[in-house]
Design a protein around this ligand. Structure first.
Ligand code: FES
Length: 170
């Protein structure tokens, strides 16, 4: 019995005085109350209904060089390189410099209407790198430099037929 009292005292020190006074009849009720409070707190802490800012997403379509298509949803604020990596889209050599604007392997071609929706115009550094990309067009951008906005929902990008890594000596 002494052992039981010690263990209860350890578990719920707040109610230890009840045990000391021999008032052990109230212990099961106190334990139930404590467990209920703890479970209730856990439920609220991990509840999916708790107010949480929801990320806005849009749909993006990729057309591979062989004509196959892949569509996915992506969060506004992500860039196209991140989306390709996150979705394990297999494009040989794509994103070799991991978005440091040093390779041009993330070259993508946009439809004119989608190109016009990209809010950020290419920087001089991006244009220099694009000059080294394979199959450059007037609507080409580097995927690592294109950040998605809500207006770009339904965006379709074409993956060029070849990838050139500007860092490779030729
Ligand atoms: S990933 Fe290398 S320039 Fe975009």
């Amino acid at each position: 019995m002494a052992c039981r009292a010690v263990s209860l005292r350890f578990l719920i020190p707040k109610f230890a005085s009840c045990v000391n006074r021999g008032n052990s009849g109230t212990i099961p009720a106190l334990i139930r109350k404590t467990q209920h409070t703890r479970n209730s707190a856990s439920r609220h802490r991990f509840s999916s209904t708790a107010a949480k800012p929801k990320k806005e997403t849009i749909t993006v379509h990729f057309v591979q060089s062989d004509g196959s298509k892949f569509s996915t949803t992506a969060a506004v604020g992500e860039n196209l390189l991140d989306i390709i990596i996150d979705n394990d889209i297999d494009i040989d050599g794509f994103g070799a410099c991991e978005g440091t604007l040093a390779c041009s392997t993330c070259h993508l071609i946009f439809k004119q209407e989608d190109y016009d929706k990209i809010p950020d115009k290419p920087t001089d550094e991006e244009l220099d790198m694009l000059d080294l990309a394979y199959g450059l067009s007037s609507t080409s951008r580097l995927g690592c430099q294109v950040v998605l906005t809500k207006d770009m929902d339904g965006l379709q990008v074409q993956v060029p037929t070849a990838v050139v890594d500007a860092r490779d000596p030729s």
